[in-house]
Write a protein that binds this ligand. Structure first.
Ligand code: URA
Ligand code: CA
Length: 433
């Protein structure tokens, strides 16, 4: 086989076979196929798309390019959740103990990565003593006994995706549905998921700004997952404002605790119940979605969800006292209010601008070397549809620097205040199965 012939085939709109896709990904991973040929192929895929068969062959070839996590020693159906990227997305911190409390095994492998705030691991490390440096055997034992554990990323997962993603970034081929879908699904499958619940965000603050694009991406991922024997579904949810109130690591841990206690932000709780119901249902822990939801509401009401979070924290060396007393989490030196400049109704909050504000405070990493400040971030006090008076607080900045003029300006700019009627966006737009 010659790469040039395969580029030509895709350029002319024909379908690649499994053998051809395996040849391309194996060759690219071990540097036999150069970047310039792979770039040409990525551009041909960008213009000519891929069939569901091609997408699943590509996904599997990327899974097989590196290590695969074997979770077979864990009893039950391992359901993973993936979000296409929200700002201050606290859902994982809530969902892991929430669904574990009804018996769904949650075996979470997480990385640190770049972003507005840290990844799940950074957030959990805001809890004194919490460690993800556990052995594979400890990880499996914890999931079998306690139904939830988090381990740091180990092994060489999907190196083909890593290399291809880097190439796409500099060749204007990131924004291709088949390439995004296979990239995300390859990582989920290599991490050992039996079933996958996807949270595809749409709106101004999301990767997929238009609802139709979000649906198309969701359908692509669900198509790949089901074709590869992993029960997969997607929820399309709103990102026209940040979810919940808190954006920042320790701040989000506190928000997760509030939510598990049934006292969190309504939108965050509702989305967690929706995603969680699908997880419980796919794990065969309920006969219907309604039953799954009831079970989740029950463990919040009777305190078992919060108790599960406590056990989980303690099992990985963390101080469980933070659950009853979140003031034991790291706190920032200064709190600074951002005030409304006029009366009106909040009509929009640009999530990515708020995210950047949190990152400037030190809540997230701009480069792999940046050090995170776990205490800092932003807490929103007003959301879309809320009335506001001039001089009232829109948000509170938690900072370790006194001088935050730039951050204040960004938060002011992210809020739109309207004098007319404001439509409150739906939280969930669609479900794709
Ligand atoms: N996120 C990924 O993991 N891959 C993509 O291609 C795009 C977003
Ligand atoms: Ca949040």
């Amino acid at each position: 086989m010659r790469m040039v012939d395969l580029i030509e085939k895709k350029r002319d709109g024909m379908e690649l076979t499994k053998e051809e896709i395996d040849f391309i990904i194996a060759g690219y991973t071990n540097d036999e196929i150069p970047d310039y040929q792979m770039s040409a192929l990525a551009m041909a895929i960008f213009f000519n798309d891929m069939t569901t068969d091609e997408r699943s062959y590509l996904t599997m070839a990327m899974v097989e390019s590196g290590d695969q996590i074997d979770l077979s020693a864990i009893h039950g159906i391992k359901v993973d959740k993936h979000s296409t990227g929200g700002v201050g997305d606290t859902t994982t911190l809530v969902l892991a103990p929430l669904v574990a409390a009804v018996g769904v095994p949650v075996a979470k492998m997480s990385g640190r990565g770049l972003g507005h705030t840290g990844g799940t691991i950074d957030k959990l490390e805001a809890i004194t003593g919490f460690s993800v440096e556990i052995t594979n055997d400890q990880f499996i034992d914890l999931v079998n006994t306690n139904h939830v554990a988090v381990i740091g990323q180990t092994g060489n997962l999907t190196p083909a995706d890593k290399k291809l993603y880097g190439l796409r970034d500099v060749t204007a081929t990131v924004n291709s549905i088949p390439l995004i879908a296979s990239s995300i699904m390859s990582k989920k499958i290599a991490s050992g998921a039996d079933a996958i619940v996807l949270d595809v965000k749409t709106g101004a603050g999301a990767f997929m700004k238009e609802l139709d694009d979000a649906k198309e991406l969701a359908k692509a991922m669900v198509g790949i997952g089901n074709k590869l024997g992993r029960k997969t579904m997607a929820v399309i949810s709103d990102m026209s404002q940040p979810l919940g109130f808190a954006i920042g690591n320790a701040l989000e841990v506190k928000e997760a605790i509030d939510t598990l206690a049934g006292k969190g932000p309504k939108d965050l709780y509702e989305l967690c119940l929706t995603l969680g119901s699908h997880m419980v249902y796919l794990a065969n822990k309920a006969e219907t979605l309604e039953e799954a939801r009831q079970k989740l509401e029950e463990v919040v009401a009777n305190g078992k969800a919060l108790e599960k979070f406590k056990t989980f924290v303690a099992a990985q060396g963390g101080n469980p006292e933070i659950v009853d007393d979140p003031s034991k989490l790291p706190t920032a030196k200064y709190t600074i209010e951002v005030e409304a400049k006029e009366d009106g109704v909040i009509s929009a909050i640009t999530a990515d601008k708020i995210g950047t504000a949190a990152m400037i405070l030190g809540a997230g990493r701009a480069t792999k070397e940046s050090k995170i400040d776990l205490a800092v971030g932003v807490v929103l006090l007003k959301k879309i549809g809320d009335n506001v008076k001039k001089g009232e607080s829109l948000a509170t900045i938690h900072s370790n620097q006194e001088e935050v003029a730039d951050v204040i300006k960004r938060i002011e700019e992210s809020y739109s205040i309207s004098q007319g009627n404001v439509d409150i966006p739906s939280l969930v737009y669609d479900e794709i199965k």
